[in-house]
Design a protein around this ligand. Sequence first.
Ligand SMILES: CC(C)(COP(=O)(O)OP(=O)(O)OC[C@H]1O[C@@H](n2cnc3c(N)ncnc32)[C@H](O)[C@@H]1OP(=O)(O)O)[C@@H](O)C(=O)NCCC(=O)NCCS
Length: 210
Amino acid sequence: MRQETPGGEIPVRTRVQPTRRRVAMDSTYFKRYRMEVDLTAPRSAPALPPGYRLVPWNEAVLDVHARTKFRSFRDEIDALVFPCLGSLDGCRRLMREIRNKPGFLPNATWLVAHGTAPETLQWCGTIQGIAERGGGGMIQNIGVVPGHRSLGLGQCLIERSLAGFRMHGLRRVTLEVTADNARAVRLYQRLGFRRVRTVYKVADEATVVA
Ligand SMILES: CC(C)(COP(=O)(O)OP(=O)(O)OC[C@H]1O[C@@H](n2cnc3c(N)ncnc32)[C@H](O)[C@@H]1OP(=O)(O)O)[C@@H](O)C(=O)NCCC(=O)NCCS
């Protein structure tokens, strides 16, 4: 069975239809949307707010992505859906897994920083991208650290990542989002992502029975 990752494929055993399967009483379903955007249409490249800058991938920033991911997700619903997002160790493991995937796309993987001097530098946002076997791309996780939200950083990260997917020749990009994450769903819809599928993720390791 494939390794489970927040932005990636939901393992087959969790892709259940509630009407046809039941889950142990103490389990919780999280409804998630798979959303897709067509990259063949022209897109805009929004400017970052003053003081912020995009930082491209290189091996030296792997741990920065992990730490920024942790700070972005630790108090959010996705840390319940994917417990690895709620711990720094989990985020480090996840980042190594993403980095080691065959389709890992450096051009679709970015950080946002604020400031340049070491004493004032702040890491504010992260996104990672993977090329899938079917010819599409997938955004793995996007997170913006609280305190830097509602400034357009999420939008800038997505647009920069989509440009990276496009440079790689990909024509569509998907992601998965927890349905209750209204803020993220709104952002994706505003950027042209459309819902293509609904999946259900069981929050714990409880047995799913037919
Ligand atoms: C979802 C998330 C990435 C959005 O990041 P963000 O940087 O706040 O996104 P943006 O600033 O581009 O857009 C968010 C809102 O700010 C508004 N906004 C953007 N620039 C603005 C500005 N200059 N002034 C005022 N509002 C602004 C947008 O219109 C948008 O409004 P809406 O929520 O009503 O649609 C962020 O909330 C987050 O990290 N959440 C936790 C992790 C998570 O759930 N990630 C998604 C996993 S699928």
